[in-house]
Design a protein around this ligand. Structure first.
Ligand code: NAD
Length: 378
């Protein structure tokens, strides 16, 4: 079996696999091809890959010769057209947001797996790129906020006076939010967090943060642990409660998301305008619309002395550990369907394979993606 690693597009510093993971995979009789310069922004040179046992080739050669192509971002149309029918593509394909890509993969008769729709089960945890990359995002978002904030985060009692600790509010306590709480607490801030899922209250409190409660949130077992869209009445109440906590905060980290939908709008313009001078809002939900009304994706907005950072790609700013975690997730995923002899053994009865396969044999296999695409192109 030949696995190919492509260089990611401009602006993305990560790579789907570091040399350390390549050498572990090669032990399982898999040949690895890597595009020239693929790891350069993650401090992995072509020679490091060669020493790990990979062959370094042009993009075209990697695409043409690989049985399985692994990327973080989906490859461009021209790359997909070069892939031979029946070959496998693995990446974060974002299939609910990119129906054109799904149609292209189907037409080209490629077998595609999207790592962002792998079931969130205990068995799949080691392949879960959403969790590994959200861990980086939550951590890095707090460091970014601390760097922009004009004061200390911890309480300091010095001969030059006492400094109060900064107040940090975290919106959304999923994987990124919990890591943001832990990071802000390590830096000594006083932290509060808010989520619509009552199940996270204990986790938030066990990390030393206060849980902000808003009564009346709707939860649905069918959402399998994810949040669902809330009623207009709840949203109004929530924005009011968040307003009261936000105007006392120095830093707000926005992480609230609803899978396959626009991010919930929680922090309104009026609230930002009432925040303290010099406050910082970091919105990692920016790419799906953001939790803050003033967020602009990939931009830093200064609004009445509050800085709002719209950044959903913090993992790219910490590329070495992000790539290390991503590569390990991919390696664990490959082990699901490549046997010890390095041969392909795709079992569509396996819930992880079934749950992450988007297209196969000119069909869209993923039922939810198929439904979503039917709605767009009935
Ligand atoms: P996510 O990125 O989809 O959302 C982030 C957080 O935003 C979630 O906690 C969500 O409840 C919250 N949120 C959504 N709407 C909100 C609103 N209006 N106001 C406030 N908060 C709101 O979530 P995630 O981090 O990917 O985690 C989703 C779920 O998956 C969690 O239950 C998590 O524990 C679970 N999970 C399971 C596994 C596993 O078992 N393998 C791995 C990771 C996560």
């Amino acid at each position: 079996m030949i696995v190919g690693i492509l260089k990611e597009p401009q602006g993305e510093n990560r790579v789907a696999m570091l040399p350390e993971t390549v050498s572990s995979i090669i032990k399982s009789k898999i040949k690895i091809l890597v595009e020239y310069g693929a790891g350069i922004n993650s401090l992995a040179g072509d020679n490091d890959y060669r020493e790990a046992g990979a062959d370094i080739l042009s993009r075209e050669e990697v695409i043409l010769r690989s049985d399985i192509l692994v990327t973080i971002h989906a490859p461009e149309k021209a790359d997909i057209e070069k892939m031979k029918p029946g070959r496998i593509l693995i990446g974060v394909l974002n299939p609910f947001m990119d129906p054109e890509l799904v149609n292209r993969l189907q037409e080209r008769a490629l077998t595609s797996f999207s790592l962002d729709v792998i079931p969130r089960s205990t068995r799949a945890q080691k392949m879960d790129v959403l969790s590994s990359q959200a861990t980086v995002a939550g951590y890095k978002a707090v460091l970014d906020a601390a760097g922009r904030f004009t004061g200390f985060l911890p309480m300091l009692m010095t001969a030059a006076g006492t400094i109060r600790p900064a107040k940090v509010l975290i919106l959304g306590a999923g994987v990124a939010g919990l890591q943001a709480i832990a990071t802000a607490r390590r830096l000594g801030a006083v932290v509060e967090a808010f989520d619509v899922r009552s199940a996270v209250k204990e986790e938030v409190q066990s990390l030393g943060a206060g849980f902000v409660e808003v009564e009346g949130a709707q939860e649905d077992i069918a959402a399998k642990g994810y949040a669902i869209e809330q009623s207009e009445e709840f949203k109004k109440k929530q924005r009011q409660v968040v307003h009261e906590h936000a105007i006392k905060s120095d830093i707000i980290i926005c992480t609230a998301q609803i899978p396959g939908r626009k991010a919930p709008l929680i922090l309104l313009r009026d609230t930002v305008e009432n925040m303290k001078t010099g406050s910082v809002v970091i919105d990692i939900a920016a790419s799906t619309g953001g939790n803050c009304e003033l967020t602009r994706n990939n931009e830093i907005v200064a609004h009445k002395q509050v800085t709002i950072v719209g950044n959903s790609n913090f993992p790219s700013e910490m590329p070495v550990d992000s790539s290390r975690m991503f590569g390990k997730n991919v390696m664990n995923f490959l082990e699901l369907f490549i046997n010890k002899e390095g041969e392909l053994n795709l079992n569509f009865e396996d819930d992880i394979i079934q749950g992450s396969c988007i297209t196969h044999n000119k069909e869209i296999l993923h039922l939810k993606v198929k439904e979503a695409i039917k709605k767009i192109n009935p």
